[in-house]
Design a protein around this ligand. Structure first.
Ligand code: FES
Ligand code: FES
Length: 171
């Protein structure tokens, strides 16, 4: 039997256009790939982390149309025409997002592996509910595992960012 291996380029048969971190982006890839794989391997956006690939750790969360989703469970072909936000798109005008500042100030990122997903998930929460209770923050982040912090600093950082964002919008 003769085995023929197709060149990598000929395996890229799917093509989508999405808005990635505010920019129209075209990408071709093998059609079986997840959004996580396309972000990291085809678009070079390695901020989104690769964890369990089973929907259990939350490390791969990104925002799809403003809502947190697990990119390891989503085929990239399902994202055609949609908007995706990853941690690379959180800051603006050369400045960190208030959540990023608060995480740095309060030690909410230690090894940092869970941090990109927690940041975007917290952003989705604050966008939909600018004044969440501790319980609502805990609930929103309940799918994001962190092995380092014990979560206390993470909750405090989200609350600090919430106060900072509210201060800006009330001026
Ligand atoms: S990599 Fe663990 S939930 Fe996606
Ligand atoms: S900071 Fe290490 S897993 Fe969360």
């Amino acid at each position: 039997m003769i085995l023929v291996t197709l060149p990598i380029e000929s395996q890229k048969t799917a093509h989508i256009r999405l808005t990635l971190n505010g920019e129209a982006t075209d990408v071709s890839f093998a059609p079986y790939k997840t959004l996580l794989e396309v972000l990291r391997e085809d678009l070079g956006h390695t901020g989104t982390k690769h964890g369990c690939e089973l929907g259990e750790c939350g490390a791969c969360a990104v925002l799809l149309e403003g809502k947190a989703v697990l990119s390891c469970l989503l085929l990239a072909v399902e994202c055609d025409g949609k908007s995706v936000l990853t941690v690379e798109g959180l800051g603006a005008d050369g400045k960190l997002h208030p959540l990023q500042d608060a995480f740095a100030d309060l030690g909410a990122a230690q090894c940092g592996y869970c941090t990109p997903a927690i940041l975007v998930t917290a952003k989705a929460l604050l966008d939909s509910n600018p004044n969440p209770s501790r319980e609502q923050i805990r609930e929103a982040l309940s799918g994001n595992l962190c092995r380092c912090t014990g979560y206390q600093q993470i909750f405090e950082a989200v609350e600090a960012a919430m106060i900072k964002i509210a201060g800006k919008t009330s001026c």
